[in-house]
Design a binder for this molecule. Structure first.
Ligand code: NAD
Ligand code: TYD
Length: 351
């Protein structure tokens, strides 16, 4: 049975990946290793947690013994490394943990995979590969024109994006030096079910639904290229199956929006869905984020041409589905904002 080691599978994209893969394929096994930080939530996986081809291991990706044990007890074909500290604002306040998880954790995974997969000098077991799930933020910030391609020089600005860029360079080094089978994917901003309400879209949905102000950083005219999470998951599926060793694939929605447009769109959709009449005056302009990147936009033509991927979900449909999901899953949101995550959430977002 093809076996996946998914790291950070209790987080937003990792849980969407596990659910999608286990619903689509009955002949694979998934082991999910997650240390369950504030962002990891096993509720995300309740639909599949009892499947016999799914295992959860609570452990830190930096823990050599724990990761080594997984490799010695299983023939892991594919590592898909989602585990990370992923929020820019937190990285500005507390960079160290980003270096630990995102850089040291990735190197620890690379070492354990290499030890298990290598069968000779520069030779590895067939059908084994390490997928590093990275971000477009490693490229830095764009002006009004142009797109990030896979050859755009790395120029990260935040501690988060710098730690992801460092991890990417280690993954590349393991390919260049040891010929280890790897791919790196660099995706734009995701949205969809199970996203922790610290990121723009779920934070704005949560605040609108609970009658709070919507904090817009700076002038609100920063641009992100938004992609529905299931489209990202499908791009990773294709990268696992068809990605050429050592290659980097950019993934993006071809869907640039300013933050303020996103926020107004969310208010409009919530009004439509609930029959409420919430006014734009809940929007509050606040102090800008330090080192705030102005514009991200991905050129995804390589993965489109080489692997046959394309973004299937139109933003207008994806945002409606997402808002409906948060409305239908008020219990999930409530557990974060008032339940077991309450103290963390209050300290971060309600002071
Ligand atoms: P997330 O913060 O929702 O989830 C991260 C998961 O990793 C959590 O379950 C957390 O418990 C786990 N984790 C953190 N530190 C760990 C450690 N030391 N050991 C084991 N598990 C640990 O993140 P996400 O939004 O799902 O992002 C997943 C990956 O995708 C990240 O690597 C991120 O850089 C990348 N990415 C995210 C986006 C986006 O828009 N969210 C876009 C492009 C790339
Ligand atoms: P975020 O979801 O944190 O993703 P990233 O910074 O990794 O792109 O933020 C998306 C954009 O929204 C970014 O330009 C910062 C902005 N933003 C706000 O204006 N207010 C907020 O409360 C948050 C969380 C983000």
């Amino acid at each position: 049975m093809t076996t996946y080691l998914v790291t950070g599978g209790a987080g937003f994209i990792g849980s969407n990946f596990i659910i999608y893969m286990l619903k689509k394929y009955s002949d694979i096994k998934i082991i999910n290793i997650d240390s369950l930080t504030y962002a990891g939530n096993l509720d995300n996986l309740s639909d599949i947690e009892n499947k016999s081809n799914y295992n959860f291991v609570k452990a830190d990706i930096c823990d050599f013994d724990a990761v080594k044990k997984i490799f010695s007890e299983n023939d892991i074909n594919f590592v898909v490394n989602f585990a990370a500290e992923s929020h820019v604002d937190r990285s500005i306040n507390e960079p160290d943990v980003f270096v630990k998880t995102n850089v040291f954790g990735t190197v620890n995974l690379l070492n354990c995979a290499k030890n298990s997969w290598q069968i000779g000098e520069d030779k590895y077991k067939e059908n084994h590969k390490f997928i590093q799930v990275s971000t477009d933020e490693v490229y830095g910030s764009l002006g009004e024109e142009g797109y990030f391609t896979e050859t755009t020089p790395l120029s990260p600005h935040s501690p988060y994006s710098s730690s992801k860029a460092s991890a990417d360079l280690f993954v590349k080094a393991y390919f260049d030096t040891y010929k280890m089978p790897v791919n790196i994917t660099r995706c734009s901003n995701n949205y969809g079910p199970y996203q922790f309400p610290e990121k723009l879209i779920p934070l704005m949905i949560n605040n609108t639904l609970s009658g709070k102000k919507l904090p817009v950083y700076g002038d609100g005219l920063q641009i992100r290229d938004w992609l529905y999470v299931e489209d990202h998951v499908k791009a990773i599926e294709l990268t696992v199956q068809k990605g050429v060793y050592g290659e980097i694939y950019n993934i993006g929605g071809n869907n640039e929006k300013t933050n303020i447009d996103i926020i107004k769109n969310i208010i409009n959709c919530i009004n439509e869905e609930t029959g409420k009449n919430i006014d734009y005056n809940i929007i509050e302009y606040v102090k800008d984020r330090k080192g705030h990147d102005r514009r991200y936009a991905i050129d995804a033509s390589k993965i489109e041409n080489k692997l046959g991927w394309y973004p299937e979900t139109k933003f207008e449909d994806g945002i409606k589905k997402t808002i409906k999901w948060y409305l239908d899953n008020a219990k999930w949101l409530n557990n974060i904002t008032s339940g077991s995550y309450k103290d963390y959430y209050k300290q971060m977002y309600e002071n």
